[in-house]
Design a binder for this molecule. Structure first.
Ligand code: AHR
Length: 528
């Protein structure tokens, strides 16, 4: 590049950075400079954006988590040990349960007491299979405790009553000798549990009861009024139970608007702490039909473009919320997100089973980076779903278990939990296939509680490597996740095709340079 061109480009970059935008790099494989601003105090990236979602759906619970106490598959009180060990490494902050659509047909009393007396019902949403209710409140709380996580409980607004929801919270949280606390003790758990997050329904415009936004708001207010936490230690300050009202999904703007309007004039008897947003990466059309393996670069770019629209949706939801809540008292919970693809051939289509490729790893990283950039409002997120369903962390088949590329990304991102967001500036450049263009590179950075700076670098380009220079730092070390192909997957027979490897940078000029392989996610700690 000539010096005139360099001067022009630097001026362009400076102006663009001031506006918080990125510009295309000049050449397809040009190296990228990522400037990390550690002086600006950004918001904390709440650990709860790394939350998971476990619905009674397919083999997400039965087979994936719960095998029963008498199973030959190693387990602790019916919960499979291999899965617990793997999930502990993710430091899962919260698990959303029991749904999803299942939540609005769930009656908690069906899932307590002697297992052989529990009601067997049909899971009407997911495959029409019998639901034994063998996995109920005690089993879920045990699972959450075994993996070191917290509970995000969704109560049934669609087909349940406020009294039922209130009694469930009392059963879980009351510490005094109420009848329900005694019943909990008689069922094996004298100590109250913590319920830090409570969902007030789920997608109530659809499977949650086909309610108009106005109707939902009236129901939600009543439920918010009566769903008190019965434990004083879970009512105040940071420990206060957060109630999440149903907000937007990709085409239901009215829910967020009506919820916020109602909240802005709410009376003392009810309150909420957040509003949800659901967004699946589908690549267009319904039902989801994009294959989870055997796709080309065009399909890859289509899915990446779709996933990046999460940013647009968040901006729209934030604009609505800012109108009614400029002080940002309410949070956004993106409590369902991830890739929703065509079902694995031969599987029950109602079980939403799909493979998970390197592309899913890239999708996970890009979304987590978007949530971090919106950390001022986005305080909770739950990928759909934890095991065997949609964009899963883990796939199981009988006693076999395999970790997916998405699992590895979540593990590599652990240092970002509760770290302080540090703005980055970079010129992403474009990756183009046909008419379709997507940003070639993505970057996100944060400072952890010890002051260590961590940087995530995503090379979205499926074919070309690139190098990134971070000025002001001299060392970089961490892990990189890449794969032979963008649709490479881990299988029970070949579980380590997509697995993280060590990576480090080299001091160069006034910074440190890291060579990023194509289709890769890298997380490094950088030092001066
Ligand atoms: O995650 C699968 C389903 O997607 C959930 O049950 C529902 O809330 C959403 O439509």
């Amino acid at each position: 590049m000539t010096s005139v061109a360099k001067t022009f480009r630097n001026a362009l970059l400076a102006a663009t950075f001031a506006a918080g935008l990125s510009v295309p790099a000049l050449a397809k494989d040009a190296s990228v400079e990522v400037t990390v601003d550690t002086a600006t105090t950004g918001p904390v990236i709440d650990k709860h954006i790394f939350g998971q979602f476990a619905e009674h759906l397919g083999t997400g619970i039965y087979g994936g988590v719960w095998v029963g106490k008498d199973s030959p598959i190693p387990n602790v009180r019916g919960i499979r040990t291999d899965v617990v060990t793997a999930l502990k490494a993710l430091k899962v902050p919260n698990v959303r349960w029991p749904g999803g659509c299942f939540a609005d047909e769930y009656h908690w009393r069906d899932g307590i007491g002697p297992v052989d007396k529990r009601r067997v019902q049909i899971n009407t949403n997911w495959g029409g299979v019998p639901e034994s209710n063998a996995f109920g409140t005690h089993e879920f709380m045990d699972f959450a405790e075994q993996i070191g996580s917290e509970a995000y409980i969704s109560v049934n607004i669609g087909s349940g009553t406020a009294a039922e929801a209130s009694a469930w919270i009392e059963y879980m949280t009351a510490e005094k000798d109420t009848t329900l606390a005694k019943e909990r003790a008689a069922n094996g758990h004298p100590a109250p549990w913590k319920v830090p997050i409570l969902g007030l329904g789920n997608e109530n415009w659809g499977c949650g009861g086909a309610m108009s936004a106005d109707h939902y708001v009236e129901e939600m207010k009543r439920f918010a009024n009566f769903t008190r936490n019965f434990n004083p230690a879970q009512r105040e300050g940071a420990a206060r139970m957060k109630r999440i009202a149903v907000g937007w999904d990709s085409d239901k703007l009215d829910y967020t608007e009506e919820v916020m309007k109602a909240w802005s004039t709410h009376v003392y008897s009810w309150d909420i702490e957040g509003v949800s947003l659901h967004k699946y990466t589908v690549g267009g059309g319904w039902p989801p039909s994009r294959p989870s393996t055997g796709f080309g670069n065009d399909d890859y770019a289509l899915m990446i473009g779709d996933t990046l629209s999460m940013d647009t949706l968040l901006k729209k939801q934030k604009a609505i919320m800012d109108k009614y809540d400029p002080e940002k008292k309410l949070l956004i919970a993106v409590d369902e997100w991830g890739a929703w693809l065509a079902p694995t051939p031969g599987s029950n289509p109602g079980f939403l089973q799909q493979q998970n490729s390197m592309r899913d790893g890239v999708i996970a990283a890009l979304n987590l980076n978007i949530f971090a950039r919106h950390a001022d409002r986005v305080k909770i997120a739950n990928i759909a779903q934890m095991i065997n369903v949609l964009q899963a962390m883990i796939l199981t088949d009988g006693s076999k278990m395999v970790l997916t590329p998405t699992y590895h990304v979540f593990r590599m991102y652990v240092p970002f939990q509760d770290a302080q967001f540090a703005p980055v500036k970079f010129a992403s450049g474009d990756y183009a296939v046909g008419e379709r263009k997507i940003p070639r590179v993505d970057a996100m950075a944060a400072k952890d509680k010890s002051g260590q700076v961590w940087v995530s670098l995503v090379n979205v380009d499926p074919d070309a490597g690139t190098s990134v220079t971070i000025p002001g730092f001299r060392t970089a070390s961490g892990e990189v996740l890449t794969a032979p192909k963008v649709d490479s997957v881990n299988t029970f027979a070949a579980p380590s095709v997509v697995a993280p490897k060590a990576i480090s940078g080299k001091a160069s000029g006034n910074g440190v340079t890291i060579a990023l392989p194509p289709r890769s996610v890298t997380v490094v700690k950088v030092s001066k």
